[in-house]
Design a protein around this ligand. Structure first.
Ligand code: LLP
Length: 432
């Protein structure tokens, strides 16, 4: 009935998440409120891990892409599950360090890392600095030399694969700000240069073709292309690339009509491609890394809002205004991303209307969605927007000086705050 497997309707006719009444959560913690189901997060991680065990003999590492949802408690959970992290800024790295995560299991990304970020990553002992361009390689060689630390790196490669997803989240094609191009020979030249560096060790190659991808074929294609490149490096430079990072991007269910491929199938198919390409090229099977973000966090989250105004414009549309909006979820404004919404206190009723859910920002484009099927909603009702666990809190802003909501984790019938609601004093804390 709902997009995420942990949602149901309880005996009061309310929406329950992980068995907990969401209307009670809204009363207890206030709205807007991000709610994340810890059991579902852990279960998603375990599915990725066990699929690597099953289809690739355990020769791989899951690195949760923390850009999807990052806070100390989330990092602690990943540490507890024994997986690594993909971090993309000094802020994400710092959060993970403060949560006690093992930096050897981290991949540090970014197309324009600053010297400060590179220095900090070296000092922390990040296991995989994913070098994006030649100037970064040169700077890293220099900084690592000054610190007398060997930088462990991977190169980000554009495999030239066009994944069928939104233009803003595509990254594998040649016209991308991320990584080295294969077609032009740029990537091969970079490998030659890295091999001759004194303070850098090239552990592997990385690619990431985009996000919210439903097809398996582009992932298979990307793996093939990358292994072809690994073979070329072996044959022409006699250098063995031991690790292959295949990125993230696995699609999830935001609407009932979405039908994502289970992760297990992805891992099965991609493992087959890796094994058969290695046999074909006569190269050793690399250690595999994957970086799922959305698929771990998104299905575990919902956002709860309180309805304020209801505005019916005859023959045009009905606006339902909520106490949050693009500040806590900018994804409709940015990508026209669609969501399932439920009136949490009427979750057992039919969805009889199609409405526009509007946020409270001073901006007409501040919408959570249009034409959204919904139960009849009135002032005081609680609306739950589903599958908001990824790229909502992490992309939130204080536009209009609206404080950010709290994040509550639920687990085994209990709830706890993991990120406090911002106060008005938080809003002015850096003002002089
Ligand atoms: N690895 C790399 C190098 C990435 O750039 C990304 C996402 C991931 C892994 C994780 O991808 P995921 O499994 O979450 O699809 N803000 C956009 C998504 C941007 C994704 C950026 N990179 C959105 O809200 O849809």
């Amino acid at each position: 009935m709902f997009v995420s497997e942990n949602l149901s309707v309880n005996e009061k006719g309310h929406l329950a998440a992980g068995g907990i009444d969401t209307v009670s959560l809204a009363e207890q913690y206030g709205t807007p409120l991000y709610v994340m189901d810890e059991n579902l997060i852990r279960n998603n991680v375990r599915r990725f891990k066990s699929s690597i065990d099953k289809y690739y003999g355990g020769q791989g590492l899951v690195c949760y892409a923390s850009k999807a949802f990052c806070c100390k408690e989330m990092c602690r959970i990943m540490k507890d599950e024994g997986i690594g992290l993909d971090v993309v800024s000094i802020g994400e790295l710092y959060t993970a360090v403060k949560a006690g995560c093992d930096c050897e299991k981290m991949c540090f990304h970014g197309n324009n890392k600053t010297d400060e970020e590179l220095s900090y990553a070296l000092e922390c002992g990040v296991g995989h600095i994913i070098v994006d361009n030649i100037s970064e390689l040169i700077r890293l060689e220099e900084i690592a030399g000054e610190k007398n630390i060997t930088a462990k790196i991977m190169f980000r490669i554009k495999p030239g694969i066009d994944a069928h997803t939104h233009d803003f989240v595509k990254t594998g094609q040649i016209d991308s700000k991320f990584g080295f191009a294969l077609e032009t020979g740029e990537a091969f030249e970079a490998v030659k240069q890295a091999v001759s560096c004194k303070n850098v060790i090239l552990r592997g190659l990385h690619c990431h073709i985009g996000s919210q991808i439903f097809d398996i074929a582009p992932f298979e294609e990307a793996a093939k292309v990358m292994l072809g490149f690994i073979a070329k490096i072996k044959n022409e430079l006699d250098y063995e690339i031991k690790e292959l990072n295949l990125g993230g991007g696995f699609g999830i269910k935001y609407l009932n009509e979405h039908d994502p491929v289970p992760f297990e199938t992805y891992m099965e198919k991609v493992s087959q491609v890796v094994k058969s390409s290695c046999a074909e090229y006569g190269i050793t099977q690399p250690f595999i890394l994957i970086e799922p973000g959305r698929s771990i966090a998104a299905p575990a989250g919902i956002t709860l809002y309180k309805v304020g105004a209801r505005k019916e414009i005859p023959n045009i549309r009905t606006y339902i205004s909520i106490d949050g909006g693009m500040g806590d979820n900018p994804r409709y404004a940015l990508y026209k991303s669609e969501y399932e919404a439920v009136v949490a206190d009427k979750a057992g009723e039919e969805r009889t209307e199609k409405v526009t859910i509007a946020g409270k920002c001073c901006e007409s484009g501040d919408l959570i969605g249009e034409n959204m099927p919904l139960q009849h909603a009135e002032s005081g009702d609680i609306i739950a927007v589903c599958a908001t666990g990824a790229y909502n809190y992490s992309m939130s802003s204080n536009y209009n000086r609206i404080p950010k909501p709290a994040v509550v984790f639920i687990k085994d019938g209990q709830s706890r705050v993991v990120v406090k609601r911002e106060t008005l004093d938080d809003i002015i804390r850096n003002d002089i």
